[in-house]
Write a protein that binds this ligand. Sequence first.
Ligand code: SF4
Length: 146
Amino acid sequence: MRYKEWFDEHAKKHAKIIKELGHLDQDELIAYFDFDHMKIAHPDFCPLYAMDQKCHDTLKLNCYFCACMHFRFDDNGIKTTQNGKTLYSYCAIESKNRALFEDEKSIHNDCSNCTIPHRQKEIEKYFSRDWSEAMRECDLSKDTLS
Ligand code: SF4
């Protein structure tokens, strides 16, 4: 699945849940997205829920910001690197826990060891009921398309 496809589908899923939760305030809404609650209340929100598996090995995991506001992507490629590979995504804050997926032709950012968007303080800092608004800087393709 291309980044943009996942991004748009996830935005719709998030918005649908938020629409049902207008009665909750910010703190309640964030708490609602706790992994242990979400896997029961919204089993289709993440494919890992069915396996009772977290994307990160932490005791508590909050799924409000599945995807990260610091992730940058372009399915058409951001740039060609010096070794001739195409860079498709990167971390805008250069998290010390970021890594790279590389193959012969491409480079992608690997967030599997970074929990920044799942941290309570980070969620509060970037909180928006509109997930797409919180992620507004992620999709670089919109900057290059006319
Ligand atoms: S490495 Fe961490 S901070 Fe950077 S984009 Fe991935 S999850 Fe976000």
